[in-house]
Write a new protein. Structure first.
Length: 503
């Protein structure tokens, strides 16, 4: 439940879903500005230039419909052209060329590069995420995307959904190479003046590709940014709709914010932490923004109980999901993918010099599209409960905790790596409690004798070897999360070329 940092530097919690509600325009919010954010644009005193730094006017094309739900927003339809007046953070100020209206727009709903308006172009998507998206339900053979190259700046890759007779659905990747004159090719036999021409050609025939291109990969509308400056929000702006669960230190609710946005709310039991310590930690937690981390949106701290408002995750905790009928049907490759996603999020935490402190399946949340996100980072360090903070306490997660953290209170990113190895056993066993049949004192004594959990029959030896690496006695001998991410992402393809040869 915790993630700390030595320096400050986004489907129980998941995707924010906006619903139209005209009454929201009449509300006068009384918010405390996000203390972690820089200055945000204002409507009355903005002096920002209406053109880019090179003197060119700044325009963007809208990628989706957007219904204005906050005071001062600018609504628009997909395909509109907007003049960008000011760029600042996640909300930009813009003017509609069709209506003349001005207001704030979510920056991830527009594109300034004409290539980004193509439904088959996916900006900033990694090879692994391309595979996840193309293999998701709704896509078919020949579904495809063109994305930025991860290795060569300014270059592109084509990813195509294929089917292998032996292994089933798969994704093949092709490097798109550039010509000196600006053209493109996959095979030097045929070149194209634009990526649009390349797509048009391979939609007519496979011409050496694994499949003829069919439809662009499905691309759900992205999560809207959280409302401008809504950090400390009024308690009355939240409607608690459904209790999703109760933990050691409070409850988790599905809630509605300002009548239009679905969120998750964690209510902390009074006395479980000091407001001052929580706010200090929350200011750090909010700076951690990554696709594989549950996003902290806002807080309520003026009186207890403290509310923590995050994005809503439809399928709840990974632990509960793995134990469900749907989770029990998930096959090994997807279990490995869950592990890789969590390693990716932890690699980001590692890079930012933070520590989680309570990494386990109960603190991983799952979206509607089976994206795993790490939750509850930042809380473990500030819990004021002897049952949790003392190793003998009933609430202390002994079975997930590294020996040096149990014995000496030494929590580091390497103790998180140990916990990750335990989490892998939860995933491969569909939610079994670690060290089955053993009490906490028995676990401590066994670890001191060098005992490690045995491999399950359902666990590949290669995955068990990764667990053993995570459980090395010396913290410095354990792998980094960056390494764990790379190994798990390529678990099935490490011996194969990631890209297809030129057709």
């Amino acid at each position: 439940m915790g993630c700390i940092g030595s320096k400050p530097e986004q489907d129980s919690f998941g995707k924010t879903v906006g619903r139209d509600d005209s009454s929201s325009h009449n509300q006068t919010p009384h918010y405390v500005k996000d203390p972690t954010a820089g200055s945000k644009p204002g409507k009355s005193n903005s002096s920002a230039p209406e053109s880019s730094s090179d003197g060119q006017e700044n325009f963007a094309i809208t990628l989706y419909d957007y219904e204005a739900i906050h005071d001062g927003d600018l609504g628009f339809k997909k395909g509109e052209k907007l003049k960008i007046l000011e760029e600042s953070g996640e909300w930009w100020r813009a003017k509609s060329l069709s209506t003349g209206n001005e207001g704030f727009i979510p920056s991830n709903y527009v594109a300034k590069d004409t290539l980004e308006t193509e439904e088959w172009f996916f900006k900033g998507v990694s090879r692994k995420d391309a595979e996840r998206q193309l293999l998701a339900s709704g896509n078919k053979l020949g579904s495809f995307m063109i994305r930025d190259s991860e290795t060569t700046k300014g270059s592109y890759s084509l990813s195509v959904r294929d089917r292998d007779p032996q292994t089933g659905d798969a994704v093949k990747h092709y490097k798109i190479r550039t010509l000196d004159n600006g053209g493109f090719y996959i095979s030097p036999r045929i070149t194209f003046g634009s990526l649009q021409e390349l797509v048009s050609h391979y939609k007519k025939q496979s011409d050496g590709l694994c499949q003829t291109l069919t439809i662009a990969c499905l691309n759900p509308k992205p999560q809207k940014p959280w409302e401008k400056d809504a950090w400390e929000i009024p308690r009355e702006s939240l409607k608690l709709d459904k209790r999703l669960g109760a933990g050691q230190f409070g409850e988790v609710w599905m809630a509605t914010y300002n009548k239009h946005t679905k969120v998750a709310v964690k209510t902390m039991k009074p006395g479980s932490m000091s407001v001052e310590a929580f706010l200090a930690e929350a200011n750090l937690m909010k700076t951690l923004q990554h696709d594989k981390l549950v996003r902290l949106n806002a807080v309520v701290t003026k009186e207890e109980p403290i509310f923590i408002i995050t994005e809503f995750m439809e399928k709840g905790s990974l632990l509960d999901f793995l134990k469900s009928d749907e989770g029990n049907r998930v096959q090994l490759p997807k279990l490995i993918d869950f592990s890789a996603q969590i390693a990716e999020g932890m690699a980001y935490i590692e890079q930012r010099n933070y520590i989680h402190r309570d990494l386990r399946a109960a603190n991983i949340l799952v979206s509607k599209t089976l994206v795993c996100k790490i939750a509850d980072f930042g809380l473990a360090r500030i819990i004021e409960d002897n049952e949790y903070t003392a190793r003998e306490g009933a609430k202390f997660p002994i079975k997930w905790t590294a020996p040096e953290a149990i014995n000496y209170g030494s929590f580091t990113i390497k103790s998180d790596v140990w916990s990750f190895g335990i989490l892998l056993t939860e995933i491969i066993s569909y939610g079994r409690t670690p060290y089955p049949g053993m009490t906490n004192p028995e676990v401590i004594r066994s670890l001191e004798r060098g005992y490690r959990m045995q491999r399950l029959d359902s666990c590949p030896q290669e995955l068990y070897n990764i667990m053993l690496e995570c459980w090395k006695d010396k913290p410095e001998d354990r792998p980094t999360f960056e390494y764990l991410q790379s190994v798990l992402e390529d678990f099935y393809t490490a011996t194969e070329s990631q890209y297809q040869q030129q057709p």
